[in-house]
Design a protein around this ligand. Sequence first.
Ligand code: MLT
Length: 407
Amino acid sequence: MTGAPVVFTVYPGDCDAYGHLNQASFLAYFERARWQMLADGPGIDLFEREGVWPAVRRAVIEYHAPAYPGQSLRFQLTVIRLGRTSFTMRQVARRESDDALIATAESVFVCIGRDDAPVTIPPAVKDFLVPALPSASASQRLVSVHGVELALDDRGGGPALLFIHGYPLDGTLWRHQAGAFPGWRTLIPDLRGMGRSDAPDLGYSMATYADDLAALLDAVGVDDVGLVGLSMGGYVAFEFLRRHRPRVRALALVDTRAQADSAEGRRARETAMADARDGGAPLIADQMLPRMLAKGAPESLRESVRAMMAATPVPGIVGALAAMRDRPDSTELLPALEGLPTLVVVGAEDTITPPAAAEAMAKAIPGARLAVIPGAGHLAPLEQPEAFNQHLQTLLVRLGQESKSPG
Ligand code: MLT
């Protein structure tokens, strides 16, 4: 669900010498659309009444097509993330006449109180924002763990599968797996710092991610899970195994590797941290996109993955890079996974964690099965969902059989 749209007509005075709606006016239109939604709803003075000020911390605008005088533009707003003190709004401007996409804006706001410090979003402001959250659906909610709110997609019933996304992504990576396994409950969180979860400035490590997930399982009443981790999600899965082994009934390691970063890899993390601080998430998204997907991936998928990465909060990016840089090597853990039904999956065109790394991992885990998925790069579950889901289903059948067999 999103907020009611607002329509504005483009005035000649807002256009440049070539007749296009100019950049400054575009910013003003986006801002006016937000205030208009307040005026049409709880009142333009909502924030003032509540004693807070919505300060813009970051705004990313993308221009897709020009707009000309006399045209009507429809502005639609969605709240894509609601944290304790901050929220992120995504606005889309379309031409009324043919629905063409003209521009999008994503803005992060922090609620600032009277003493100039961030404060908890007041309930009246939350009531205004929540109806605009797509997560108003029954399967999505926020769960509080260790002082942060984690977004969770929770569907179906039965034994649980916990899906852990990679970097700098979010749970929508698993959109084709959510609720797709009858008889199983799919739990898909956004890790702290990513997607719609809170993004604290500090405190990121593999141990924190793993303990967040254990606390999340406690909060939703789940004892043990089939653990599915993609790339950085695989690194988190290894840490989860080190810390919470009895809670794991089966394991799928997807487009990931067991080795720690090399010295060169750690230096690259530092460079990426500086890039994220200087250029924001869109720069990181542009750097990573060419390596994420198979060569033949459709443009719409590329755009959606780019948008997912570009929406990641900078503290979450920097935190994840530090956590990956400092993660321990997990190769010694692999032989000790004997007895745990394990599937290793890799996209045949994955260049970040290539098939050779997956093969080596599968060989080192006694009894593990390996699946190489053609036509997929680093994000196999999103690129080739049918093939991926079939392989995962095989693991689930195996798990079912092993838990039934005596001894
Ligand atoms: C990921 O997809 O999670 C990352 O690319 C993994 C990495 O950089 O090591």
